[in-house]
Write a protein of this length. Sequence first.
Length: 314
Amino acid sequence: MHKKMEYHKIVEQPLDARSAVDLGKHDQVEALKIWHEEVRESETDVGGLCVSFLTVQACRFNISGVLPDTLGIEEENYTHPLWCTFGLYGCSLLFVILIVPVFLMYAEYEEKKPAPGSCESFMQRMVMVLLNAVCMAFAWCLLYGTKWEAARLLPFLGNPNMITGRVFLAMIISTFGVLLILTLDKIADAPWTGDMADAIIIKIIAAIGILVGFSWEQSFDGGVEVIAALTPQPILAEIGLTVLVVLIVLPAWRRHILQKVIDLQEEKEHKEKHEKEQRERGHAGCAACWVASNSRQGGEDPARALGEARTMHT
């Protein structure tokens, strides 16, 4: 408790007033803050993933009458009529509509900023999990609905659970996903959309990104299983391939993708800070105009009028 109070005291000090030791402690506080944020986000994502996957599994079973296995694969009876595809696409439409009210609930809790450990904080966490679950359920429904339709219209591909069918499905979803993301991004950048609409559109774009990721995850997962099955030790082969992929992908992700994300986040924070300063200057200008107008009309003391203007603004 004493260390936590000391950290908060260091953070609140001006930058030029901190010693080298204090700056080191400040870095520790910042690192701990980022760690807690990442862990919290990861827990929310895992909860949303579990809830969404089980929900879509139940939807698929109720629509088609075929219960997939624990990985979501239908080993047999994977070809379904057109109305089943429409039913699953209808579920995806329902989930994308539900994003709007759930996001509004989430925004309301964000404005309240409930204290940690309170009932409102627990409800905020549940709403966050629900929001992620709805977005991911939208992605799962589109993925499996497209898979059903590909199996029905393209029988020459064979079993859609084979590598050829998975890669073909991932390519189709990636193509349409990129086009849809570009369209939604243009809409979000339009001047006639408000901040709340932009935030909801960004959430839908994230859900489409999850959809593309799910499709390629199934492709690479199937490829690893096929290669590992050709070796005398499939489990060790899968572990080795996993380590090899991490060694290749992680440095490139850290050097390019992660750095780009950090730069965009800093640019966003700078833009929000600039807009906040502009709004404050606008409010101050309006208050000064109000003071000058009242002073000219009624001969009122400007200092007193300015105090009343600040009180009204507050």
